[in-house]
Design a protein around this ligand. Sequence first.
Ligand SMILES: [Fe+2]
Length: 508
Amino acid sequence: MHMTISRREFIQYGVLLVPAPRMIAHIKSQYFQHGIASGDPLQDKVIIWTRITEKGTAKEKVYWEIALDEQFTRIQYAGNTSISQQSDYTVKVDVNGLSAGEQYFYRFKYRGQYSPIGKTKTLPNSVGINGMQVAVVSCNNWEDGYFNSFRFLSTKQDVDVVLHLGDYIYEYGTGEYGNPVVDRKNFPGHEIITLGDYRKRYAQYRTDIDLQALHASKPFIMIWDDHEIANDAYADGAKNHQSNEGDYQVRKQAAIQAYLEWLPVRARNAQEMRRSFTVGNDFQLLLTEQRATARTCQLRETDKAFFDSNRSLVGGSQLEWLCDELKASKATWKFIGNQVMFTGYKVKQGFKSPKVNDWWLGYPVEQKKLVDFLSNEQVQNVVFLTGDHHESFVLAMHKEDAYYTYKRTATEKPLAWEFLTPSITSRNGDRLSAEEIVTFEEMLHDKSVNPHLVYGDIKRHGYLLLDIYADRLLAQYCYVDNILTRDASETVLKAFELGVGDFVVREV
Ligand SMILES: [Fe+2]
């Protein structure tokens, strides 16, 4: 059950320091060294996942079971599944016939040895009076630090599901992108390009005990961003793909194959990453694939092809699907699980501009189509949940802002709202001087520059905790004070509330 009282305390006291949670017992199982996971929960099904560390033979089966209790006295379903080199010895079972809004326990058995026990939950039919809590995360770079936020999240009983918006791994070689003061080195040490490379990188990330703890305790809903393939990926290339690194399509397919093997998603290919999750009349979460299937090359605003109508980020058929879903949705809240910034913000002259060309703003014709649709159809209560940017932002999106002008203020009724989650570890303004950070944040909050900005923080790491109620949202920014070691505490620094049909997001 939810403990709304504890959440109210967060609001009441504004800032509440939470001590580092007790270390979760890390069960060393010879055959299950990459842990267990669950994902893509629906009302009646959920994917359960593991990987067999030993290279077994095709004849050997992996036993799985899912129960209503941790002692496995009330087993609901069980079965055997095979493993193979073709799927890198990963095991994925789509367990069907489950009850809505129910907590389940699952485990695997191989050569007589049990895996650790995982906990998961199906989607409910309504958020109920206690609401539903979604943790929005993105951008956990191994060489930038420790995934302390994942450990904190793993201990939060109220979190129903983790929404991971991408950059689950980074493709770089050691020392190319990270913080040299952190004693964490990528494996393999070179930039990952082949299927074997991508598999090894996932295997390395999945030895992280904080990430393992989070996977073991909550179901994930996931979408990839660029670094699961290569920096600034688009359908036919990537900024971090050079001609001496082989055929891009081969690399992309390898990256996608490894992702689909190693993560608890139902999709069998890139096209199926586009999907929808609905909780009764309360909310619908729509995810689009924004990197591998339809995105055309990023261009600068000064390029004469910038405004070409055939340039796309999600592409015609996905955009049509998204609009159809939004139009038909009976749900109060419509969340768009989004990899890259939709609304954007401006910087004054003299400040380093963000990478706008990789955002929706870099595809102005397609962005305008979605903005016009939201405006013409008067779709209500649309909220973009966005990763990629590594920094925390709350923004109001107005019709006019599609042109990157920002003339309207956050107190006028917007078309949509956008909440960006900070990175778990990936670098942001954290490595600027304290003075530079203050100057930049003051500029951001200058109403003559960004009248639509509600909140912006460029230096902290953590995640966004979203409480969804039938009539309101509560968005809490949770930050850790340290990513350089595993010794960290967590603070809920900012909380915002948005009621159905509200003109403003209120800080609470
Ligand atoms: Fe990232």
